[in-house]
Ligand binder design. Structure first.
Ligand SMILES: Nc1ncnc2c1ncn2[C@@H]1O[C@H](COP(=O)(O)OP(=O)(O)O)[C@@H](O)[C@H]1O
Ligand SMILES: [Mg+2]
Length: 253
């Protein structure tokens, strides 16, 4: 098992007390307002150096434990939105707040520390070809100075979570596209980040493999991980049944 915070771990403990007692709507509202915000964009505009506009005026809030899709045509601003959240781009105007940190004022080390709390999954996997599956997953921990023992303790459960323990010693070229993407998910979650951002993670996969990826992300979400995922696969969005933010020409519509 991946190491989970006690609060999240109790959710998957079958002996934990049931939380299905009926609630009044007032109690429900109180609970909602007590949930903490993990991602917030406020009046965010992103104009690239060449004048192209990525986002025009976007305000959104994500709460811890949310699972949301971002949909929209190519060029509507989906990747821009995620890049602003992991600090690959900076907003031209407005505030981008992740885990309580305003990214416009974060630099160098602080930005690197924040990125450690974000798992990122890309459409094209971005695995290191000359490294095995387990080395690809371990790499991020090695770079962060984890001990060999701690790395072992984390890599195995991450691979188990994505169903790839049996491929631990394979190289990426020996894997199917779906397996490569699952490796990249293991790499994204080996650090147990509270937030996972996935930019078209199913874009190169057939429907069966795409659904496997969604199932893994759903499972993570059931442990309390917040997931934000871009796609233009409407069928997948309907099947997964999570709320959708739709982008059009740089606006949320
Ligand atoms: N690095 C960049 N430099 C200039 N323009 C960019 C850059 N990245 C994205 N854009 C532009 O920003 C707009 C939104 O792009 P993007 O966020 O990649 O959309 P999506 O992911 O929805 O396809 C597009 O018009 C695109 O051409
Ligand atoms: Mg994109």
């Amino acid at each position: 098992m991946l190491k989970l915070p006690a609060k999240i771990g109790s959710k998957i403990n079958p002996s934990a007390p049931s939380t299905t007692t009926p609630e009044t709507s007032e109690e429900n509202n109180t609970k909602k307002s007590a949930r903490s915000v993990i991602v917030k964009l406020e009046n965010v505009r992103k104009t690239y150096a060449n004048g192209a506009v990525g986002l025009r005026d976007v305000s959104i809030e994500l709460y811890k434990g949310d699972f949301k899709f971002i949909t929209g045509h190519s060029g509507s601003g989906k990747s821009t939105l995620l890049k602003l959240l992991y600090g690959a781009e900076q907003a031209t105007d407005g505030d981008v707040i992740v885990n309580g940190f305003n990214l416009s004022s974060l630099k160098g080390n602080d930005l690197a520390m924040l990125r450690r709390k974000i798992g990122i999954v890309f459409q094209d996997y971005k695995l290191v070809p000359k490294r095995t599956v387990s080395e690809n997953v371990a790499f991020v921990l090695m770079a962060q100075g984890y001990t060999y023992k701690e790395i072992q303790r984390r890599v195995q459960p991450a691979l188990k979570m994505v169903g790839l323990l049996h491929k631990a010693d394979c190289f990426p070229e020996e894997l199917s596209g779906g397996e490569q993407q699952r490796t990249s998910i293991a790499r994204a979650i080996v650090n147990t980040p509270p937030l996972v951002l996935a930019d078209e993670p199913t874009g190169n996969l057939d429907p069966d493999n795409a659904w496997q990826v969604i199932k893994i992300l759903k499972k993570l979400n059931s442990f309390g991980v917040t997931v934000l995922l871009t796609t233009h696969d409407e069928q997948l969005v309907r099947a997964a049944n999570h709320p959708v933010l739709h982008l059009q020409n740089g606006y949320i519509v």
